[in-house]
Design a protein around this ligand. Structure first.
Ligand SMILES: [Zn+2]
Length: 254
C-alpha cells in the first residue's frame, strides 16, 4: 500500500475513469471505517429556465445562469470540485485533500445535465457526480447512454440511483436488492466503470436498505441526515431561489 501511494505521488499520477481499484489492497476495509472527512455535497435536479406554473418541476429546477455564476464563484474562491472517487483516494492517502472542496451532485439523469451542465463544467474546468436511474436512460427528458458516456469522458462520475426510482423503504428485501444491486451491475456493464456510490430515491430508506447498500457501495448520499457514517452523507438542497453567493457561503462555512 505505501509503495503504491509513493509511486502515485512521485509520478503525479492522474487517475482516469478506468482506474483499476483492484490494485489497491485495503479498499474493502473502507466500508467499515468512519469517514476521514465529512464531504459537503450540493444537490441539484433539473437545470433549466422554467416558469412557476408547473410547481413541482419548478421546485426541482435551477437556472443555468445561476449555476454558471456559482461555478464562477467556486473557481474564483479556489473551491475544488471532487467526485467520490477522489474522496476515496483521499481516504486511502493516494490523493491529497484540497484546502476547500465540494461535491456537486445532480439527481435523476435529466437531459439538461448533458445540454446545460456539461458545457458549464467544461468552461470552468470543474466536475460533478450524476445519479442515474437505469430504466430512465433513453427515455424522454433523460440522457441517452452516449450522453452519459460524454460526462464520464470529462472526469465526471456516475452513481446508482436505482433501477426505477421507487422509494426503497416501501419495498421488501428482494425488490430492494434488485433496485440497489442490479442497478450497480447494469451501470458497470454499460459504462465499464466501477460504481462506488449510491443515492436513495426521494431520500427514503430503512434498515434493510442500509444493510444492502453498505455491503455493495462505499458511499451513499442521504437527504436530511447529518451523520459521519459513509452511508448517510448529508447534502445542501438547492431550490430555484437559492442565490449563487449564498450557496458559496454555505459550502465554505466551517
Ligand atoms: Zn431522485
Amino acid at each position: 500500500m505505501i509503495y503504491t501511494t509513493l509511486i502515485l505521488f512521485v509520478l503525479n499520477f492522474h487517475i482516469p475513469s478506468c482506474f483499476d481499484y483492484s490494485k489497491i489492497s485495503n479498499i474493502e476495509s473502507l466500508k467499515n471505517q468512519k469517514l476521514l472527512y465529512q464531504p459537503k455535497t450540493v444537490m441539484f435536479h433539473n437545470i433549466d429556465d422554467v416558469g412557476k406554473s408547473t410547481w413541482l418541476w419548478y421546485e426541482l429546477t435551477y437556472s443555468p445562469g445561476k449555476l454558471k455564476d456559482f461555478l464562477y464563484f467556486l473557481k474564483k474562491n479556489n473551491v475544488k470540485t471532487l467526485t467520490f472517487k477522489d474522496v476515496m483516494l483521499i481516504e486511502l492517502w493516494i490523493e491529497k485533500k484540497p484546502k476547500k472542496w465540494v461535491i456537486l451532485t445532480f439527481d435523476d439523469g435529466y437531459e439538461s445535465m448533458y445540454t446545460k451542465v456539461l458545457p458549464l463544467l467544461k468552461k470552468y474546468n470543474q466536475k460533478a457526480v450524476f445519479f442515474i436511474i437505469v430504466n430512465k436512460i433513453w427515455k424522454k427528458w433523460y440522457m441517452t447512454k452516449e450522453q452519459i458516456k460524454e460526462l464520464l469522458k470529462n472526469w465526471n462520475e456516475i452513481w446508482s440511483h436505482t433501477m426505477n426510482h421507487r422509494p426503497l423503504s416501501g419495498l421488501d428485501y428482494k425488490n430492494q436488492f434488485y433496485e440497489i444491486v442490479n442497478s450497480k451491475k447494469e451501470l458497470e456493464k454499460m459504462f465499464k466503470t466501477r460504481i462506488i456510490s449510491f443515492c436513495f430515491p426521494s431520500g427514503k430508506y430503512n434498515k434493510t436498505t442500509l444493510n444492502i447498500v453498505s455491503k455493495y457501495y462505499f458511499y451513499a448520499r442521504s437527504v436530511n441526515t447529518y451523520s459521519k457514517w459513509r452511508y448517510q452523507i448529508w447534502t445542501i438542497r438547492t431550490n430555484p431561489s437559492f442565490l449563487p453567493y449564498k450557496l458559496l457561503k454555505e459550502i465554505t462555512k466551517k
